[in-house]
Design a protein. Structure first.
Ligand SMILES: Cc1ncc(C[n+]2csc(CCOP(=O)(O)OP(=O)(O)O)c2C)c(N)n1
Ligand SMILES: Cc1ncc(C[n+]2csc(CCOP(=O)(O)OP(=O)(O)O)c2C)c(N)n1
Ligand SMILES: [Mg+2]
Ligand SMILES: [Mg+2]
Lengths: 331, 335, 331, 335
């Protein structure tokens, strides 16, 4: 299969959906001629024009609100939010308006829109350009949340998101834009709520999201050399969450680590770990472990930043501890 | 009173719509005071000429966004009493199946995209609705209602900038009723409200919001121009709310005087003024007007009676409509 | 001891701290003459004047940002956010600015401010005036989060919050403003990070936050009649979280339910449950159960709204299930 | 060139400060191009007269807030090269112990409340700083720097409204360099930027941002008036950035022409212009100026050398400064 970058995959997904459905448009800062600072959208304005690839002023709440109204009246906006850290600016329009429109209207109105943004640290971009804030939106009923972990998922999930009749927030890992992966030439969609077993295994389950899928895969390779066969699962969407696949694996391996790049406390790992604890408790040989980003603002200094994100070595080490039955915390 | 080019039928419908709003509010107020209405509500009484003057310049395919003080806009845009009262009482037959209530009442069929409990929260939505019209080459216009207090929200300036840059068919209608909650406008708004719109290159008008014909004539003109791509526009409508900020705001003297209230009610009531004009001009007789009033009162009484006896939504509805295309959000497979 | 309402308790806390420290001021909508729509601040403007009880325009991002700058330059603002649902509007100033100021400046600047706001449904206020959004801010390093459960805590935690040198978000339960509780006349503070054992018990631990403390207490009463002695614990602050007290109780009773009024998914219950699972796993006889608000926007209709929040009966029922060993989920 | 009342020493310091900014940026650019500097940075070159003209009208107790393009403000407000380069390289001796980097550099001692990576993010902070001054009866003034692109953020209008209502001693300084990222200002700003401030009742001025004396004279006047409670004020400073939006923005021809860039550099360079004036007026000789330039270059070279060899913060710092008064946020008792 041909290999393309995550950036190209997103670009293809958008182009295909824009060709298929002329109510789809892109709106955000420097999305047209510039094709975004990450150059993900290059070429789209040439094909679809500035009427459908719309450059905005630097007014995130404003263009998010505009997208909600546009979505409510018959279009499918894809809102380009340059950095995931700017989510804070659009929370009201996204969570008070878009997320609640369908419910508050008793099902009579809807807001089919996509917010495409990103996450991920270790790019030396400091505290306001490095956050992974997907937990915030996952907490709000009415929103769906997708976390592609490679070019393949980036394409398939984006196409599904655009066709979904609900607001969807999709977080790309900004460090992965140039990473290549096999992506079919022919059209495909990835349904929401279907986890992907990236690597089958029998001894321990590593659940990773987004950037952390690769981290888990690398950890699994390390462990495999030591005779520990880890199963690596990528939920792909955290809302909806494919509990069945996660539970089946947990019951099979009896040991689980959940790895996510958001801050650990009050974040994604707690939810996934809790569901597994609740529903597979009597199958577990050890508590579900969680590894999130450190609960600190992301520091600029390279000497500090790299300490804040889970690494394959750290995941492998945690897995070894779980396997050996030596559980530091559980007194 | 300003003159307009509309005919008798239009005049009478405008009058009836104003009375319908007043009657709706009086009835809702009673419901609240007799503890039959749950929650909180904000009365539109006194401001009827604004909603009616504007909405009568619109067609059903034109859209509006509304506010926490939204019953007037809803009636003016064509909603029926029955579904409105059902909504205020949380009943299944309400416009939003009881899920929205007073602060989120919407009437998609008539182009009312909904009340909003976030002050300024619908400014983006209105602008987006105008964006859709422009993108799809349709000529419909969207009116964004909001209060003087809402002009403090930065969102307004963000979306006015975009509307001006892209010449969107949207009319920002600022209902300046002199207060935001318990605070006079002068204390929370520096400079000039219309100048703020003009600074973004948007043509702005201040108009007497108690004069339904003045409001209607101006709006007709602006709507026609907006359809031709000459928008956006900005309107500041000078008006007054008769009741407290919300139904429980009874002791108001620390922020406004009884004299002031009396003056507006006695000398500037939009319904009384328009009624006088209708009779003066021979459009309707006193008797005809009384008959209209009585009929509307009767309608309201019947609707409220119906609503009081109507069914609440079934408990199983609680997790419906969280997501489009998912019947029950909390069904085991998605929970 | 005299009894006062939660509203009076907050008022007293503010008045005392404003007398003690003239850098403390209150800023928000209709806080002065009106004393807020809930009338919590009545009388303060008379004592402290409009220079320290400052009415703002309806511009939440603006006055939140102003408060950050004021805090950075030597004052201690108490930001009055009329409804917790408006948190979405101030997230950028609170989470990108206030929360990160100390860290990003390498400890050289700080933003000692308090956001006082509220939470709680069942007031027929519909989806945009009924949310309990404390999980969102609990996820952000640099913020502290306090959840008073009675007039006593409301006073003691507010005073601590104002003296804290960090941004603190304090959520009052808006249904509790008129509830009375014993509050000492003499000055007291409640330290952050110290949970309160509201009711000792031996059979099961009920951890409740804010409004849910009373729910847990009522559930404990019901259970007590049936011979089940529940220990009810109120963490009082969720950041910092008093893990030690929670873990000690969990280890003692071996069964835990966490009850919180935020949406259940990706919320507070997941974090607390996970920490207990992780660190007391081998002491637990059953999985930690979670009860949050239903994952739906809050419906207006009274017929629906009451279904969305945990009740004493529901908590008692869950406790019975846990006690009986019958665990529906854990297959 | 506008005349001012300051003396020789002031002129020479202004010149030196402009050269120091240019030199700092050239050095930082080299660091980046040689891959010695981590992350991303935005160059201030071309805009020196703005930061220097304004900051030279301020005292140390006056405060500023800065932007993502913040090195110029930082130098102009009095920062030292060594701590600045250390910060850009993430070193322990940096102004923020390496935790902030280019986009968050701050210098509390000299009244620089910090750069900000959120466009418009410091508008509230500046206004709050002015609020403190007023509340505490001090006469210091705060200047809020931001770009033309940032005028699209609603926050500006929210805080201008409050500053105007409360007469806060704040000066909003809009550095209009013609672009926000890769987009020309005309495409993202409708109407008039100064009129937007004026609509809130704020006195606004447009000034040539390449003329350091014009900027300085006007600012001195406004600062004096702001100290007396006549603020707030608004300045639109017409200027130009020589480099790309950020250091990696190399191919710029799709959004601005090489001719345009050349014109600004060749004909409107603020340093060249001011240097000519200094020589013309006999304030300094060419030789004296060359000596100053050389000394500054030497300073920068030494500072960067120092910074390159300086220590990174210890790993244990990673969870320090999360909370004031908590040494390590992740120590077991709080984790
Ligand atoms: C974002 C937000 N802030 C505050 C409130 C509380 N609130 C509801 S109505 C209102 C006053 C609105 O004043 P105005 O816009 O003039 O409308 P009016 O009530 O006068 O019609 C306020 C402050 C809110 N609902 N939303
Ligand atoms: C809230 C926010 N939106 C977008 C960005 C990305 N961004 C960084 S600088 C910039 C352009 C700013 O333009 P302007 O305000 O004119 O300042 P200049 O770069 O020209 O100095 C943008 C869009 C950001 N950092 N923050
Ligand atoms: Mg008003
Ligand atoms: Mg610019």
């Amino acid at each position: 299969m041909r290999e393309i970058t995550l950036s190209q995959a997103v670009n293809e997904a958008l182009a295909e959906e824009m060709r298929r459905d002329d109510t789809v448009f892109i709106i955000g800062e420097d999305v047209a001629e510039a094709g975004t600072p990450f150059k993900v959208l290059s070429g789209l304005v040439e094909e679809f024009g500035t009427g459908r690839v719309v450059d905005t002023p630097i007014a995130e709440p404003g263009f998010m609100g505009l997208a909600v109204g546009a979505a409510m009246t018959g279009t499918r906006p894809v809102v380009d939010l340059m950095f995931g850290d700017f989510l804070y600016l659009i929370m009201d329009q996204l969570c008070n308006q878009a997320a609640k429109t369908h419910y508050m209207s008793g099902g009579k109105m809807r807001a089919p829109l996509v917010v495409r943004t990103n996450l991920g640290a270790t790019r030396r971009s400091a505290a306001q350009h490095s956050q992974s804030l997907h937990a915030l939106v996952a907490h709000i009923p009415g929103l769906k949340v997708a976390l592609p972990s490679s070019a393949y998922e980036a394409k398939g999930l984006m196409k599904t998101a655009i066709r979904d009749n609900n607001p969807v927030v999709i977080f790309e890992d900004k460090l992965m834009y140039n990473d290549k992966a096999p992506v079919p030439e022919e059209e495909f969609l990835i349904p929401f709520g279907e986890a992907n077993i990236k690597r089958p295994g029998t001894d321990i389950t590593l659940i990773g999201t987004s950037s952390m899928v690769q981290v888990c895969e690398k950890a699994a390779e390390i462990l495999s050399c030591e005779g520990i066969e880890a199963e690596v699962i990528d939920p792909r969407t955290i809302v909806p969450l494919d509990e069945a696949t996660l539970l089946a694996s947990a019951k099979k391996t009896s040991r689980v680590i959940v790895v996510d790049e958001g801050h650990q406390s009050y974040g994604v790992t707690g939810e996934i770990a809790s569901r597994i604890n609740e529903k597979a408790f009597y199958h577990l040989d050890a508590p579900v472990l969680r590894m999130g980003a450190m609960d600190v603002p992301v520091p600029f200094s390279p000497a500090l930043e790299d300490l804040t994100v889970p690494t394959p070595e750290a995941v492998a080490e945690a897995a070894r501890r779980l396997m050996s039955g030596e559980m530091i915390h559980a007194a | 009173m300003a003159q307009t080019k509309t005919n008798t039928e239009d005049y009478l419908r405008m009058y009836a719509q104003m009375v319908r709003i007043r009657t709706f509010e009086d009835t809702a107020n009673q419901l609240y005071l007799s503890a039959k209405m749950p929650g909180l509500t904000h009365m539109y009484s006194g401001e009827e000429a604004v909603a009616v003057g504007i909405c009568e310049a619109l067609t059903t395919t034109d859209r509006i966004t509304s506010t926490h003080r939204g019953h007037g806009h809803c009636v003016a845009k064509g909603a029926a009493f029955k579904e409105m009262f059902c909504e205020l009482l949380g009943k299944e037959e309400g416009y939003c199946r009881g899920k929205g209530g007073s602060m989120h009442i919407a009437d998609q069929f008539n182009g009312n995209l909904g009340a909003n409990a976030i002050v300024g929260g619908s400014m983006g939505i209105a602008t987006g609705s105008a964006f859709t019209a422009k993108m799809q080459g349709r000529d419909d216009v969207t009116v964004c209602f909001f209060g003087d207090g809402a002009t403090a929200q930065g969102l307004l300036y963000e979306v006015m900038n975009m509307a001006a840059l892209w010449k969107l068919p949207v009319i920002y209608a600022c209902e300046n009723n002199g207060y935001s909650e318990y605070t006079a406008t002068a204390e929370i708004a520096a400079g000039s409200i219309t100048a703020r719109a003009e600074a973004f290159g948007i043509e702005a008008h201040q108009v007497d919001g108690q004069d339904v014909l003045a409001v209607n004539t101006l709006t007709q003109d602006l709507v026609a121009r907006a359809r031709k791509g000459e928008g956006p526009f900005f309107l500041e409508l000078m008006t007054y709310r008769y009741h407290g900020h919300h139904v429980g705001d009874i002791n108001r003297e620390y922020y406004r005087s009884k004299d002031e209230e009396r003056d507006w009610k006695d000398n500037r009531d939009p319904i009384v003024k328009f009624r006088g004009w209708l009779v003066d001009q021979g459009v309707a007789s006193e008797a005809e007007i009384e008959a209209m009033n009585a009929e509307i009162k009767q309608d309201a009484a019947e609707a409220v009676e119906y609503a009081l006896n109507a069914r609440y939504p079934a408990e199983s509805e609680v997790d419906m409509h969280v997501y489009a295309d998912i019947e029950h959000a909390l069904a085991p497979h998605t929970a």
